[in-house]
Design a binder for this molecule. Structure first.
Ligand SMILES: NC(=O)c1ccc[n+]([C@@H]2O[C@H](COP(=O)([O-])OP(=O)(O)OC[C@H]3O[C@@H](n4cnc5c(N)ncnc54)[C@H](O)[C@@H]3O)[C@@H](O)[C@H]2O)c1
Length: 275
């Protein structure tokens, strides 16, 4: 299949989980992918996987929150692949606690990764997109570019213990809807996908609450109590959590030409679960 033949895509946080599945799916449709992950080994492994399948990819690893990262990420698409057509803001993690225990550092870290970093990446992409769109318009062409920002049902409806995360994921909805209005003139479709419960390391069962992930040397508790997970499954109309591949499908379909008239929307990918 080649719905995205020749398109150049940025996918942040694509070394694991949903981002990895998005990168692989975009590549399988012919897109050239700039992979990124905080951790270089999984980022490089996804590049190798795409190349082994006959696709094109490079890695720009490092934290999306680093100063200068956005220019490096956007610059790599232009230098290596000569353009920029698709931006998927996916990188992130959760760092949960109730409001009275949440310090400023915990609040800032989550707002930085889920909201400020996408803002910076999109801001860095603006001159490139505007220049390309103007040149295309001068030739009588209308070429659609696509942005998909990753949100969460926590951002739409709230989730106890996630005041930082749900605020950031709500913020990305405002960013999405505003940019859909600012960038319509460049023929950029800007949408968000809010996931429900998708099975990745962030949501894996953690019987004793000891599961952690390493974020720049800090061990952060993740995972969900198995009893809560069981209960959640009963609340999902489709009866189970989603897979990373299913999550990726709902993101990548918004990048297809079939979605050229869809913009400013938030798609909930939650198996029917909405609140
Ligand atoms: N899994 C779910 O149920 C669920 C639900 C709603 C939203 N989401 C969102 O989906 C996105 C992907 O999450 P996932 O479940 O695939 O998690 P994951 O941990 O499997 O993958 C996320 C990847 O992002 C990378 N990352 C984290 N911080 C980064 C940074 N500062 N810079 C670059 N890369 C960074 C991680 O190293 C990891 O490889 C996140 O934005 C998450 O908030 C997930």
């Amino acid at each position: 299949m080649s719905k995205l033949k020749g398109k150049v895509a940025l996918v942040s946080g694509s070394g694991r989980g949903i981002g990895r599945a998005i990168a692989l799916k975009l590549a399988s449709e012919g897109a050239k992918v700039v992979v990124n992950d905080l951790d270089a080994a999984p980022g490089d492994a996804v590049v190798a996987e795409i190349k082994a399948a006959g696709g094109e990819a490079i890695a720009v690893n490092g934290s999306v929150t680093e100063a200068g990262f956005a220019d490096r990420f956007v610059g790599a698409a232009i230098e290596h692949f000569g353009g920029l057509d698709i931006i998927i803001n996916n990188a992130g993690y959760t760092w949960d606690t109730v409001i009275q225990k949440m310090g400023d550092e915990q609040w800032d870290a989550i707002l930085d990764v889920h909201l400020k970093a996408p803002f910076r990446i999109l801001r860095a992409a603006q001159p490139v997109i505007s220049k390309a769109a103007k040149a295309e318009a001068a030739r009588g062409l209308e070429i659609h570019r696509k942005v998909v920002n990753i949100s969460s049902v926590a951002g739409l409806y709230g989730n106890a213990g996630q005041v930082n995360y749900s605020s950031a994921k709500a913020g990305i909805v405002g960013l999405t809807r505003t940019l859909a209005k600012e960038w319509g003139r460049y023929k950029v479709n800007v949408n968000a996908v809010a996931f429900g419960f998708i099975e990745t390391r962030l949501t894996a069962a953690s019987a004793d609450g000891s599961a952690t992930i390493d974020i720049e040397g800090r061990q952060i508790k993740v995972g969900v109590n198995p009893a809560l997970l069981e209960m959640a499954k009963h609340m999902i109309p489709l009866g189970r959590p989603g897979t990373p591949d299913e999550a990726a499908g709902s993101v990548v379909m918004l990048t297809y030409p079939e979605a050229d008239y869809v913009s400013g929307q938030v798609l909930v990918t939650g198996g029917g679960f909405e609140s």
